[in-house]
Design a binder for this molecule. Structure first.
Ligand SMILES: [Cu+2]
Length: 187
């Protein structure tokens, strides 16, 4: 449900005749699936305050963290594929899956204004995670084929790059150089 239909549904629910009688008999909770401080939150709290004397019941606006800030991430040879191009700032849960078919991967979240293919690298081709212009926010290491870990981070608005920074010890190939890098936006 988007913000507009959420508010529309809330207004419609309150416009019913039953509302003017003895309903509701218990505290009312408005669940806001968007991050605190967002458009719904800004409208929802004054709305709740105005509602309380009318229905003579406490009205609580509850923010469900992560309900909107979730992104599916598919790792494979050799790409990182986000299920969305952007997400609202705040708590973000990444649902990571390694689709393989053969190799373990990792998922590293880097805040940077650099292009995905322009991060500073070391001699082995891997990204220097302490390099200039690169601010790692968190990661999941050693994700085996078929594994599906989650990673929840508190992310500020800005530009990000997701990478897999594994270097194959047998072939010496860097997964980053092979294409496991993609840009992402937190709004
Ligand atoms: Cu990899």
């Amino acid at each position: 449900m988007d913000r507009r239909s959420f508010l529309g549904a809330a207004a419609a629910a309150l416009a019913t005749p039953a509302f003017a009688q003895d309903y509701p008999s218990r505290p009312v909770t408005i669940v806001n699936p968007f991050p605190p401080g967002g458009a719904v939150d800004v409208v929802g709290r004054p709305f709740a305050a105005a509602l309380e004397p009318l229905i003579k019941q406490p009205v609580v606006v509850e923010t469900k963290a992560g309900a909107a800030g979730a992104v599916d991430i598919t790792l494979q040879e050799y790409a990182i594929i986000p299920g969305a191009a952007s997400v609202p700032a705040g708590s973000v849960t990444f649902n990571v899956t390694n689709a393989g078919p053969d190799e373990a991967h990792e998922f590293v979240v880097i805040k940077t204004d650099l292009a995905p293919d322009a991060l500073p690298t070391g001699k082995d081709g891997s990204v220097d995670e302490e390099g200039e212009g690169v601010a790692p926010q968190g990661e999941v290491e050693d994700v085996a084929v078929g594994d599906a870990p989650t990673l929840t981070l508190d992310l500020a608005a800005g530009s990000y790059v997701f990478i897999c920074n594994i270097v194959d010890t047998e072939t010496g190939e860097s997964h980053y150089q092979q294409g496991m890098r993609v840009g992402f936006t937190v709004e």
